[in-house]
Design a protein around this ligand. Structure first.
Ligand SMILES: C[S@@+](CC[C@H](N)C(=O)[O-])C[C@H]1O[C@@H](n2cnc3c(N)ncnc32)[C@H](O)[C@@H]1O
Length: 303
């Protein structure tokens, strides 16, 4: 278990999620998913609440497809790095595509929620991925919306690549030979950061400790350990998700004000709108990236 007094990454996450599960439940969908949904095939006529949940489930299905979790006879043992309130693991277990799932989170509120609601086979650890010690190899690893916290804010490119490489190296050790991985992360697109349109308001006041990667950094960091098998850039998916969250929070503002007070509510409403603009302007995007474990990490072929 990670000690938030000792781990600055955990303290930053607690700052964000301490606002409380009830507040997030007011404007997220019923799966309590806090990342870009996947809107392909969701028509404009579908009612907003069910449309958001359907789009979140479509996103879960995409990531499970990417790691090859499709009701295999021998079972499927999944690791979800940064599991939030556990929606992806719950979907995987309910659909029979995943037989065992382990989720990692740094938020005590999320940990307690997942522990209380977990289906058989689903477990959660309150721990930084750096401290995770798996009991056995995983068949697949998914991480959605957590990579944005894996490098310290304000670090130089080389240092960020070192942090990301440490993550890929660890995932390589944790995956069985032939295993696959799926990553969803926000990344800088047309700005070089760190003070793009998102600016210090989001990185200091709402989500401290966050640091967006660039695609080239991810590519460089994974290179010794994984081959990239798929790459989707989905800025519009996040813009539409944020627009729905904004609408829902606006409608629930009376209740939200009572739960968190006017200042926190104002900050969140602004944050959702600023982020929507960021994606619409392509300053940032969302990548969904598929990876295949290189069973023999990169070798030099001598001429
Ligand atoms: C934006 S939420 C996304 C949650 C979930 N994947 C979803 O899509 O709804 C980020 C999650 O990453 C977790 N996280 C961030 N940094 C982490 C780290 N170093 N180790 C483990 N979990 C981490 C947070 O605790 C949180 O659960």
């Amino acid at each position: 278990m990670t000690d938030t007094a000792l781990d600055p990454a955990a303290a930053d996450i607690e700052y964000h999620y301490d606002v409380g599960n009830e507040f997030y439940a007011l404007w997220l969908d019923e799966t309590l998913t806090y990342s870009a949904a996947r809107w392909d095939g969701i028509g404009p006529d579908e009612p907003e609440a069910t449309a958001l949940a359907s789009a979140q489930r479509a996103k879960f299905a995409h990531h499970l497809d990417t790691v090859g979790a499709s009701c295999p006879a021998g079972g499927f043992n999944l690791l979800d790095v940064g599991c939030g309130w556990g929606g992806l693991m719950d979907f995987g277990a309910a659909s029979g595509r995943v037989t065992e799932a382990k989720g990692l989170t740094l938020s005590r509120a999320q940990f307690q929620y997942v522990e209380a609601h977990a289906r058989p086979g689903v477990r959660v650890e309150l721990t930084n991925w750096e401290d995770h010690r798996p009991e056995r190899l995983y068949d697949g690893i998914i991480s959605v919306g957590a990579f944005e916290h894996f490098a310290a804010p304000g670090t130089a490119r080389e240092e960020r690549i070192r942090s990301y490489r440490a993550y890929f190296e660890r995932c390589h050790q944790w995956l069985r030979p032939g295993g696959r991985m799926s990553l969803q992360t926000i990344a800088y697109d047309s700005v070089t950061g760190p003070d793009g349109p998102v600016g210090s308001f989001v990185t200091k006041d709402v989500f401290p400790g966050g640091q967006l990667p660039r695609l080239s950094e991810i590519a460089e960091a994974c290179d010794p350990y994984f081959s990239v098998t798929a790459l989707h850039s989905c800025a519009d998916d996040y813009a539409r998700t944020l627009a729905v969250w904004s609408k829902r929070l606006s409608r629930a503002q009376q209740e939200a004000r009572e739960l968190v007070g006017p200042e926190v509510l104002r900050r969140y409403r602004l944050y959702l709108r600023v982020c929507e603009t960021t994606f619409l302007r392509r300053a940032a995007t969302v990548y969904r990236i598929g990876f295949q474990r290189r069973d023999e990490p990169l070798r030099t072929i001598c001429g």
